[in-house]
Design a protein around this ligand. Structure first.
Ligand SMILES: [Zn+2]
Length: 340
């Protein structure tokens, strides 16, 4: 269940009075406990559609009736609205400018406090698992460059130089100013001339490497401590085969998001199963229906393969937007995976 999201639009075949097309600018999709957040520097920003609704209470009642527990997902991109109001807590580029798309730095104490209080809110609903999405990945090898330049430049632009990260680096004996100058110089070199040698120089830059190791180490250590406080929930981070490495250690486990990888919206199932095995994925999320899958047999096979690759939890996405036939596909997939 997505409880904090970025902007999204969903179409649903759901019968009844529910809206067919649901669109939100993102934010918190439940009313946060105002007392819990009262002393925090950053406050949650509920999504506008919420009004006076409290969907989690209603969902909890329904789950209790059926003896089920829910999984919650927090997408860090949902913090964008909060950060827009207080941009001094945004991630920063080497030029000190706010970084688009990565609104919140997890080394920033105010952001940590907001996330911690949000998880405390959710603990009241006794979830089975918490999934964290939108974590910064180490490499920028995504579907396409985000800022219309080469991937190395994207990677360098996404190295955070916010005040908190600079402080972490200083504590580790790394000169943040020098690392920032390195980034600026590498980006200039990557733009013109020989990109391959510029990329090689960037990889061999010791100060930059030490800076990145320091801020990444601090972030993963905090996330590990955070998971340690969520003793009743399993902790997953959402990742994809194309995301590159996300450095998280126990007790966080990867949730492999299986998405279409080519132009025709088809899945490259083989690479995803290989990815799941490689990541030792604790969980997987895959589309439930067409056009990503051509037949129920394909869904059955992929579900079974992911279960065999070690996925303890398998989530099906896009089910709301699929016609009722998708229910038959799911029943078959689950039955066969359990049998295996
Ligand atoms: Zn930072």
């Amino acid at each position: 269940m997505p409880v904090v999201t970025g902007a999204c639009t969903q179409f649903s075949y759901a019968p009844g009075g529910a809206p067919r097309l649901f669109s939100t600018e993102g934010g918190w999709h439940y009313p946060p406990d105002t007392e819990r957040h009262a002393a925090n520097t950053l406050r949650p920003k509920p999504a506008r559609w919420l009004g006076k609704r409290h969907p989690l209470d209603r969902i909890r009642d329904t789950l209790e009736q059926h003896g089920l527990r829910c999984n919650f997902q927090i997408d860090l991109r949902g913090l964008r609205g909060v950060i827009e109001q207080q941009p001094e807590f945004a991630c920063r580029t080497a030029w000190g400018e706010p970084l688009p798309g990565h609104p919140a730095c997890l080394n920033e104490p105010a952001v940590r406090q907001l996330l911690r209080s949000t998880i405390d809110d959710l603990a009241n609903y006794a979830p089975a698992a918490l999934m964290l999405d939108g974590l910064p990945a180490e490499s920028a090898e995504r579907e396409r460059p985000r800022w219309g330049v080469n991937p190395e430049t994207d990677e360098l632009l996404s190295v955070c130089f916010c005040a908190a990260c600079r402080e972490v680096a200083a504590g580790a004996g790394v000169d943040a100013d020098q690392a920032a100058r390195s980034v600026q110089v590498h980006i200039e070199r990557l733009a013109g001339g020989d990109r391959a040698s510029a990329a090689a120089a960037m990889r061999e830059d010791g100060v930059l490497a030490a800076y990145r190791t320091a801020i990444r180490g601090e972030m993963t250590a905090w996330l590990a401590r955070l998971a340690g406080t969520m003793s009743t929930m399993e902790a997953y981070f959402v990742t994809r085969v194309v995301d590159g490495l996300v450095y998280l250690s126990e007790p966080w486990r990867p949730l492999l998001e299986v998405r279409p990888t080519d132009d025709e919206d088809r899945l490259d199932s083989a690479s995803h199963v290989a990815g799941a095995a490689l990541l030792n994925a604790g969980a997987a999320r895959l589309p439930a229906y067409r056009p990503a899958l051509q037949s129920s047999a394909e869904l059955v096979r992929l579900t079974g393969d992911l279960a065999q690759a070690g996925a303890r939890l398998i989530e099906f996405s896009g089910f709301d937007a699929a016609p009722p036939e998708a229910g038959d596909w799911l029943r078959q997939a689950v039955r066969f995976a359990r049998r295996g």
